[in-house]
Design a protein around this ligand. Structure first.
Ligand SMILES: [Zn+2]
Ligand SMILES: [Zn+2]
Length: 322
């Protein structure tokens, strides 16, 4: 499924099989998660995609050929961080997520809305064996980015999650496993998301624009809504942290300094490191994380994107590739 130009639906296309180069593997894709970032790319809010582009950066598949790290037939995952330069100041200081010259899967290189994909083997991830392909796919971005955001929230006991979609439904399980208390903030009328959050262990779920039931120690913002930043600061106790976990967000309205005062902080999470991937994929089976997935055949990728845009999904959308 190919993006020819932003703002247009993906088109089915019969492309030449990709060929792996040095250090790359060819993968037969079995499942690919649909991420909000894909929506930002398709809608033109992230404006430097390669074109035409095969989107998709939560790839699960088996190795067909190439590389030395994985055996043919082995199941692997390919996340958003496709490759880094290895020598910029960020790469050299353990911050490859901030690399100056990164390659992103399904953005600057073709991704997994396809039957075959090529990936740099050093950036691919071995996958835990306890989940089916379709169920493990959302761990590769929703899970990884959510995990990185949770780590940035420190040891916060009372954790607010703004937006309860693919990432939050995974983070909620990890946070509960760690003994944290979870509060889910959704659109006022989204009773289903609120019910879903409570089912996964949130002790409260309600209107993101209303009053929080009690002070939070940290908040993670998954919904790409700038108004949530001052709202989350207002809900956060002294010393609290507000983490913006999305790659794109509407403008943040101005707010009085008093909301930030008291050693509150606002930060963002950008991309992931391979270490995040390895840590989270080792942690997930111990929780154990169980993803809630709506499955679409590859050729219905536009429908999956529309359902994500409209907030009709519970958990994650995943494309299955026969
Ligand atoms: Zn670099
Ligand atoms: Zn993503």
């Amino acid at each position: 499924m190919v993006l020819r130009a932003p703002g247009r639906p993906l088109e089915p296309a019969d492309l030449a099989d990709p060929a792996p180069g040095d250090g790359e593997v060819l993968i037969r894709v079995s499942a690919c998660g649909v991420c909000r970032t894909d929506l930002h790319i398709v809608d033109g809010e992230l404006d430097e995609p390669k074109l035409p582009l095969v989107p998709g950066h939560q790839i699960v598949g088996t190795v067909v050929a190439g590389g030395e790290r994985f055996d043919p037939g082995q199941r692997i995952g390919v996340p958003w961080l496709g490759e880094t330069c290895g020598h910029c100041r960020f790469c050299r200081s353990g911050r490859e997520n901030l690399c100056d010259a990164p390659v992103f899967t399904g953005y600057s290189r073709d991704g997994g809305y396809a039957e075959l994909a090529v990936a740099a083997e050093a950036y691919a991830l071995a996958l835990p064996g306890d989940l089916a392909d379709i169920d493990v796919a959302p761990l590769l971005c929703a899970g990884l980015i959510g995990y990185r955001a949770l780590r940035m929230a420190g040891d916060a006991e009372r954790l607010g999650l703004y937006g309860f979609g693919a990432a939050a439904h995974i983070v909620c399980q990890v946070a509960r496993h760690e003994g944290r208390r979870v509060f889910a903030f959704t659109r006022a009328d989204d009773a289903d998301a609120q019910r879903f959050a409570r089912e996964l262990g949130a002790e409260w779920a309600g209107d993101a624009r209303g009053q929080a039931p009690e002070e939070l120690d940290a908040a993670i913002l998954f919904a790409p809504v700038g108004e949530h930043v001052p709202a989350a600061l207002r809900a956060t106790a002294k010393g609290g942290t507000v983490v913006c976990a999305g790659i794109h967000m509407s403008d943040i309205p101005s707010f009085p300094y008093a909301l930030l005062w008291g050693e509150r902080s606002v930060g963002s999470v950008a991309n992931l490191t391979r270490r995040d991937g390895e840590e989270f994929l080792a942690l997930a089976p111990t929780v154990p994380v169980r993803t809630h997935v709506t499955e679409y055949p590859l050729e219905r990728a536009n429908e999956a994107l529309d359902d994500l845009r409209a907030g009709r999904l519970r958990g994650s959308a995943v494309l299955s590739i026969a």
